[in-house]
Design a protein around this ligand. Structure first.
Ligand SMILES: Cc1ncc(COP(=O)(O)OP(=O)(O)O)c(N)n1
Ligand SMILES: Cc1ncsc1CCOP(=O)(O)O
Ligand SMILES: [Mg+2]
Length: 209
């Protein structure tokens, strides 16, 4: 299992960039302190998803920042990315681990019962999904809240990634509750200045650990 020591995780969303250039948004976010990126494309066909992934990987390689692919194993593997993030409606982490043992593998935890499953156990990090309700992803089940983070933290040593309405004002509280890493879409992608937005959140994280 590769160590997962990342602290600020950008999950991309073309729409959330509000017309700004996608690659410039990601590059600015990295300059501001993002240390891992997930490409999340729900609309693209596989060929175009792979093309965009390869382009983004070329950019991120210059900064030595790993790229994770959302949902699609073929894109993650053909793109020679670092890994894949899946949830409970996707190819299972157990199946992915068999096909791609060395991947960085993220798994969305949407219910406490899922924590003791083999899908959680083969993952490199567990995402508390969502920690707070968010307009960016509305097909969610519960919100974990700070109490949920504290509960899961008490039950596992796995790296915990918090996602869902994470921003500068709640970053410190989420880290204090026990999350290791904050995953952000709109607070960075939709910001007028994504570099500054990332830097402010990163600073909150650094002050809180
Ligand atoms: C870091 C991170 N955490 C959670 C998710 C959500 O994954 P999933 O539940 O599979 O939902 P979709 O992203 O596929 O809509 C994520 N992508 N990244
Ligand atoms: C992809 C995803 N998975 C759980 S919540 C979410 C979206 C988070 O978006 P935002 O940071 O804009 O609230
Ligand atoms: Mg998914």
């Amino acid at each position: 299992m590769p160590a997962f020591n990342h602290k600020l995780y950008l999950v991309t969303d073309q729409q959330a960039c509000l017309g700004k250039d996608f690659f410039k948004v990601v590059e600015s976010a990295v300059k501001g302190g993002v240390d891992i990126v997930q490409i999340r494309e729900k609309e693209l066909q596989e060929k175009d998803f792979l093309k965009k992934t390869l382009q983004l990987k070329e950019l991120l390689d210059k900064y030595n920042v790993p790229l994770i692919v959302n949902d699609v194993l073929s894109v993650a593997m053909h793109g020679r990315t670092a890994g894949i993030h899946v949830g409970n409606s996707d190819l299972s982490p157990v199946m992915i681990r068999m096909q791609w043992p060395e991947s960085v593998l993220g798994y969305s935890l949407e219910h406490l019962d899922q924590l003791s499953t083999s899908n959680a156990m083969v993952a490199d990090y567990i995402a508390l999904s969502p920690v707070f309700a968010t307009p960016t992803k509305q097909d969610t089940i519960i919100e974990w809240g700070l109490d949920g983070i504290i509960k899961v933290r008490s039950l596992t040593k796995y790296p915990l990634v918090a996602i869902g309405n994470v921003h500068a004002a709640n970053a410190a509280a989420i880290i204090h509750a026990g999350a290791n890493c904050l995953a952000v879409v709109s607070a960075i992608c939709s910001a007028d200045d994504p570099e500054k937005a990332a830097a402010v959140i990163r600073n909150e994280i650094e002050k809180s650990i």
